[in-house]
Design a protein around this ligand. Sequence first.
Ligand code: PEP
Length: 262
Amino acid sequence: MRTPIIAGNWKMHLTLAEAGALVGPLRTDCDVDGVDVVVCPPCTALTTVVRALAGSRIGVGAQDVHWEPQGALTGEISPTMLVDIGCRYVIIGHSERRTLFGETDETVRRKLGAAVQHGLIAIVCIGETLAQREANQTFEVLERQLAGGLQDVSADTVQQVVLAYEPVWAIGTGRNATPDQAQEAHAKIRQWVGGRWGALVAQAIRIQYGGSVTAANAASLLQQPDVDGALVGGASLKADAFTAIVQAGQSRRAAARTAAGR
Ligand code: PEP
């Protein structure tokens, strides 16, 4: 049974005071059993949030990482630095990084290799644009991103990878994929993983859906058999909305337990 994973991507939002105000209620309401909960603040707030969540089950992740351990790379942050301050997760290849900052499957490959080598759990984002979906290229695009980005991942390190299916047209638009669209893409992604690492890995890997997830639509998305969690942008900035999405993750887990007779 896969443990659902709900991650909040705070993007370039929240001052230290605002981050502290958000994390307080999350610590009270989202430190739960049966769901992996992660928050990914901007790098300015990482240390503060790690400290505020110390001793809780809520993990902290960065939104990006460089592949080098150190160097003359102004503005970048290394995996060593993230581990040093207590980060356990990192988002890699978010569509905003791909579209606005020129990231490619090759940079995803390098970042992913460095992240897993340093023991981080990588949330690797993939997804098609609207034009690609309308041209019936969705699965071709996903396969290309998977093959390119995950090229170096071995059977030993694949358990450190969480995949996030994030259709670009759904991110920050208020237009989420329908549960059927999400399920269809997730099933294809799982099939690809099976072809690459075998059926056991395919059954174990977690695939999050991301793109305008809200308290209102989380349950219907998370009821899909291959949707193992959510990567949440806007709604992760509100404690009550994020908590409701975490609770939808708990319901998914409970339903899976009932179905498995446990
Ligand atoms: C995201 O940032 O990955 C995201 C899915 O954003 P939103 O939930 O706001 O669409």
